[in-house]
Design a protein around this ligand. Structure first.
Ligand code: OAD
Length: 265
């Protein structure tokens, strides 16, 4: 079932609203699209990162081994870009949702840390975090609170440090994947926001929810491989759609007062 909308004309079937209101276990799977309205570019599609940059040089262990300085230059630029970005209403709505459900998890493919800055607490970072570096020798991690200085950075043991993010061809951490799979299979509702749903294993998480009898609600600018599988696919910008969807779900009375035409129907 799909619904093309501007947020103002968002019509959500009542049974779906009821299912969200009744749910005790909810999760949100997010991708780069949720941060697009914060000014952080997505990876795919027009103007996407992988159209401009060669992922083999910047996001594979082999690329890093061949030229760590080049990879770090790029990650520093991304850190500068992300440092300037602020969480948008989609991140903020998700942080607010967490306060209303007994169990709530944000499963994110993003490395930008914007969910945390918006106030979300139970976050599984599937692809790591750009504000963390990892020793290539023993895996020790070091947190950063500003863009990396000297490039490439070195660990106190003398080994080179790498960004603590997951690159193509690398496995996700068992801990992150176990937590995400558990949350997904236990979710009565999963929102899938701003992901092209083509990178696995993250793209399989909504399938776990569906297979366990949960509802999958997608929010994206365009249809994805997941759309036909989702119980509801809402086409629109996350920063506009999520706040309206959440107001309609959690505060129907308030929504009625704010939109008297609907209230008078
Ligand atoms: P993609 O760049 O593949 O997809 C972004 C999705 O967001 C697209 O489907 C867009 O239509 C949608 N989108 C864009 N702006 C939006 C908006 N304002 N509101 C709602 N949707 C919007 O990003 P991911 O799916 O996150 O991995 O990519 C997955 C992984 O591939 C990334 O984590 C990264 C990348 O290579 C690694 O680096 C390992």
């Amino acid at each position: 079932m799909s619904c093309v909308c501007g947020a103002d004309s968002l019509e959500i079937p009542e049974d779906i609203l009821l299912s969200i209101r009744k749910a005790k276990r909810v999760s949100v799977l997010t991708g780069a699209g949720i941060s697009a309205e914060s000014g952080v570019p997505t990876f795919r599609g027009a103007g996407g990162i992988w159209e401009k940059y060669d992922f083999r040089k910047l996001a594979t262990p082999e690329g890093f081994r061949d030229d760590p300085k080049l990879a770090w230059e790029w990650y520093r630029l991304r850190q500068i870009e992300i440092q300037k970005a602020k969480p948008n209403p989609a991140h903020e709505t998700i942080a607010d949702m967490e306060r209303h459900f007994e169990h709530f998890a944000v499963l994110t493919q993003n490395i930008d840390g914007l969910h945390k800055r918006a106030g979300s607490r139970n976050i599984v970072e599937l692809h790591g975090n750009i504000w963390r570096m990892r020793c290539t020798r023993d895996g020790t991690t070091i947190d950063l609170d500003s863009p990396v200085g000297d490039i490439p950075p070195f660990c106190h043991c003398g080994s080179i440090l790498r960004p603590d993010v997951v690159w193509f061809g690398e496995p996700l951490s068992n801990e992150a994947m176990d937590a995400a799979s558990k949350a997904a299979s236990e979710s009565e509702v999963m929102f899938v926001v701003g992901t092209s749903a083509v990178v696995y294993p993250a793209a399989a998480l909504p399938i776990l929810t569906k297979n366990s009898g949960g509802l999958v609600i997608e929010i994206n600018l365009e249809e994805t491989d997941l759309s036909s599988y989702a119980d509801l696919s809402i086409l629109g910008p996350a920063g506009e759609v999520l706040p309206v969807l959440w107001r309609k779900t959690a505060f129907p009375e308030r929504f009625m007062t704010e939109h008297p035409i609907i209230a008078n129907r």
